[in-house]
Design a protein around this ligand. Structure first.
Ligand code: C6P
Length: 422
């Protein structure tokens, strides 16, 4: 992380509103419920985040009073739905400081955003003998699409190693960059380790060689201010459902110069301006990449989620989450037989760990009995598990509605696991 990003995440003056976690929790109806007779402690936010009432109400209102197809009808409902959907796109653009709204493509998820770039940009501009660089901490969504592309065009995937703390190895990255490198794609924040990567530096180094860079922002966008102009990334993808919005909607930002040069990813309605049997003329950005009836309620719901998150303030979110991470890291570090996987200096939201003699799935199951939801497994990042020589980890992932009391419950429950396994 650069000095500037670090200041943005922690500067107290940047907090735009008094932050009251107990008041904020009231906005999330799901957090009021009990699981196995215990208050729900939801620490699986990296998998998907819970939804505030305003997002639920917005989707409900859309289907109750506004439902209609967009960009097609001349009737009142269609015009209204189109306006709200496009308004949400503009909100997304503002949220990540995109220069132009047409650079915001609605997709299904981060996964679809990366696949779109791999197939559209990759199959057009990456050729046999070229190399694509990713890192050893990528989610499968930022590995497999590039492997598929390599198989299709005859390119090679090169992997930047990570050090023992789970940090991106910048020196090794520099060594991997060469005239053969034609694309770089890296996570902003690792879902399995919590590492915040120095993406600005990574992008600068690639750009000095005219190599475009895609950033997988799935785990960053919900936790820190993302400024695509400041990063100067060429593509940035994230998912609505991790950002307190609905599932089935995601965002791909791409610089217009790239998107203009790329062919459509899918063909169908809305992505055309003229169709004859001889030739089809494609629509302008962003619609060229949005074939078929989209997830209209999803886009509108995402707009409501962005308004909600912006109302709390990402600076305040980052400060609260950092305090929580520090508190939790210290609390579990003292537990005998527990090893934290991922000890990078710059971390966000994720605490992965293993316990001597206990499989992560057993940890997850016992914690569940205590009402505590964590994720146990490989977190769709099998190479990370291989790098650390573990089959799986238990992962607690935090967000702004989590409390120190919930961390205390986690620690008590881990002690129960240890007692049970002797
Ligand atoms: N990680 C997790 O529990 P989708 O599924 O498309 O919304 O997001 C994919 C994805 C891509 N990159 C990173 C860094 C991610 O963390 C994820 C999703 C979830 O860690 C589900 S596997």
């Amino acid at each position: 992380m650069t000095a500037m990003e670090s200041v943005a995440r922690t500067t107290p003056q940047a907090v735009i509103k008094p932050f009251n976690v107990w008041r904020i929790r009231e906005d999330f109806p799901i957090l009021r419920q009990k699981v196995h007779g215990k208050p729900l402690v939801y620490l699986d936010n990296a998998a998907t985040a819970q939804k505030p009432q305003v997002v639920i109400d917005t989707i409900n209102r859309y289907y109750s009073t506004e439902n209609s197809n967009i960009h097609r009808g001349v009737h009142f409902l269609s015009e209204q739905a189109t306006a709200v959907y496009e308004d949400a796109r503009a909100k997304v653009g503002h949220f990540i400081n995109a220069p132009e709204t047409r650079e915001i493509i609605y997709v299904r998820s981060t996964t679809e955003g990366i696949n779109l770039v791999a197939q559209s940009y990759g199959r057009t501009f990456i050729k046999e003998g070229d190399e694509i660089v990713i890192s050893a901490m990528e989610h499968h969504s930022n590995i497999v699409p590039w492997q598929i592309l390599c198989g299709q065009v005859g390119a090679t995937l090169r992997v930047v190693p990570i050090n023992h703390d789970g940090e991106f190895w910048v020196d090794e990255y520099e060594k991997l960059l060469s005239d053969r490198t034609k694309f770089v794609s890296v996570a902003h924040v690792s879902n399995a380790l919590g590492t915040i990567n120095p993406v600005r530096e990574i992008i600068d180094m690639a750009h000095r060689r005219d190599i475009p860079v895609m950033v997988d922002g799935a785990q960053a966008a919900p936790h820190m201010k993302v400024d695509v102009q400041d990063l100067d990334c060429d593509f940035y993808a994230f998912s609505g459902h991790k950002l307190f919005g609905p599932t089935g909607i995601g965002i791909l930002f791409g610089k217009a110069e790239f998107l203009e040069a790329m062919p459509p990813y899918q063909g169908g309605g809305d992505m055309i301006s003229l169709v004859t049997f001889e030739k089809t003329h494609y629509n302008v950005l962003p619609y060229k990449f949005e074939a078929g009836t989209p997830n209209i309620a999803g886009g509108i719901g995402l707009g409501a989620a962005i308004d909600y998150l912006s109302g709390i303030g990402l600076e305040a979110v980052a400060v609260h989450e950092q305090e929580l991470m520090d508190y939790a890291t210290e609390a579990i570090s003292g537990i005998k037989g527990l090893r934290i996987i991922g000890t990078a200096k710059e971390k966000a939201s994720v605490l992965s760990f293993v316990l001597d003699g206990v499989h992560a799935h057993d940890i997850g199951t016992i914690l569940d009995q205590e009402g505590i939801a964590i994720r146990a497994g490989h977190h769709c990042a099998m190479p990370v598990m291989q790098r650390f020589g573990v089959p799986a980890t238990a992962r607690a992932s935090f967000t702004f509605y989590n409390t120190q009391e919930e961390v205390d419950s986690l620690v008590v429950a881990i002690h129960k696991v240890i007692e049970l396994f002797g």
